[in-house]
Design a protein around this ligand. Structure first.
Ligand code: FES
Length: 111
């Protein structure tokens, strides 16, 4: 199974299994990683904002216009920002590294 790494806001790196076809937001939730995703992937929020590692950014599919619009509202936007719920895992993305933006601080969503 492919794997991906989340870099948490405290700098800790967490490598997790990332099943093909599952998006980064769902992978985060399965692994108790604190990424909010308030609209559960329906492109109506920007709380699933993640920063993609430079090396990986160009390997992702281009964001849709709707995603771009939502991203514009994200806090602490960077030039490699994406919405986690729009990135679906594939074998090509095995090893993907994403960072949780420091400024997105949510209530703990453990469980
Ligand atoms: Fe709302 Fe991704 S969870 S846009």
């Amino acid at each position: 199974m492919p794997k991906m790494t989340f870099v948490l806001s405290n700098g800790e790196r967490k490598e997790v299994e990332a099943e093909n076809g599952v998006n980064v937001l769902e992978i985060a939730h399965k692994n108790h990683i604190d990424l909010e995703g308030a609209c559960e992937g329906s492109l109506a929020c920007s709380t699933c904002h993640v920063v993609i590692d430079d090396d990986w950014f160009d390997k992702l599919e281009e964001p849709t216009e709707d995603e771009e619009d939502m991203l514009d509202l994200a806090f602490a936007l960077t030039h490699t920002s994406r919405l986690g719920c729009q990135i679906e895992m594939t074998d090509e993305l095995d090893g993907l590294v994403v960072t949780l933006p420091e400024a997105t601080r949510n209530m703990a969503v453990d469980k």
